[in-house]
Ligand binder design. Structure first.
Ligand SMILES: [Zn+2]
Length: 292
């Protein structure tokens, strides 16, 4: 008799962008309520999800390897063991992808939030999970999250989960930070800041030859709701109005330019296009590609 599988398959998917190979890796997902949404009632958000066959809010968490010019970078590190048992799977998926974390030369962060930066350091040993990597992020991120006055003014939850977690995770990399403002930060990877969700929230445009892919970071957290209603923000946006403005700019750009995208909170593997639908948008997932 056949044994029934006890585990999901590894979350790994490769996609070419010209000469660059991008590998989407799943960290898992975070399920939660709709009370964290802003600019929309819970009833309206629930209706949008129900119409799209989603019983509840599910926020996937993704990271991406970038193989470019013989070098290897990792965009984001997942959530470590800070958030939920359904997440924190990045290390296992890296291993399943055959990648030794010691071979990663650069870790690029879209921002310092626990579902992105909390996999940087193993807190049981205080050792870097990516022993040889430099840490590459927008200059406004450490500036904001290491600001004691801002931390003092934050809610208890934000103090612990954002300021404290962020600090303890990035500090072991302090002698190997590379802070940017914008521009090319890794071969073929250009940082385009889209502040609001956090002060240094950044998208990464991957370009090779005629091909491009925008990894849009946290442009959305609940893709079904925020493509239908781009004004919808999250409780944990540092500046909600700026986050909504950034989202509209990114949406407009990728829809107009027919630019391929992926993101940290799109359903795995997250490669998609965004189509304009009147005042709203629709995500169209890319077809599976067998050839590399
Ligand atoms: Zn996030």
């Amino acid at each position: 008799m056949s044994r029934i599988p006890q585990q999901q398959i590894p979350g790994i998917y490769h996609r070419r962008v010209g000469d660059i190979l991008v590998t989407a890796l799943s960290d898992g997902h975070l399920d939660g309520g709709l009370d964290v949404l802003r600019q929309i009632s819970e009833a309206e958000a629930r209706q949008i999800l129900t119409e799209r066959f989603r019983p509840a809010r599910r926020t996937p968490v993704n990271a991406f390897l970038v193989y470019s010019s013989g070098r290897l970078a990792l965009i984001e590190t997942g959530s470590g063991n800070y958030l939920a048992p359904t997440a924190g799977k990045l290390m296992a998926n890296l291993k399943a992808a055959g990648v030794d974390p010691a071979d990663i030369e650069a870790v690029l962060l879209t921002h310092m939030h626990p579902d992105h930066s909390a996999g940087l350091t193993d807190m049981t040993t205080a050792r870097r999970n990516y022993a040889n990597a430099e840490l590459v992020m927008h200059e406004n991120e450490p500036r904001h999250w290491f600001d004691d006055a801002k931390m003092a003014a934050a809610t208890e939850r934000a103090k612990k989960l954002y300021f404290q977690a962020g600090r303890e995770q990035v500090l072991p990399y302090k002698d190997r930070w590379r802070l940017f403002n914008r521009g090319e930060v890794f071969p073929g990877v250009t940082a385009i800041p889209r502040p609001g969700h956090t002060p240094g929230h950044t998208t990464f445009l991957i370009s090779s030859g005629k091909e491009q892919l925008l990894i849009w970071g946290d442009t959305v957290h609940v893709p079904e709701v925020q493509t239908a209603r781009p004004e919808v923000c999250m409780e944990f946006d540092t500046d909600a109005a700026a986050a909504a403005a950034s989202r509209r700019q990114v949406f407009d750009m990728v829809a107009t330019d027919r630019l391929a995208i992926s993101g940290m909170h799109l359903h795995f593997p997250g490669f998609a296009h965004l189509a304009r639908r009147g005042a709203a948008y629709e995500l169209i997932p890319e077809a599976w590609e067998q050839a590399l």
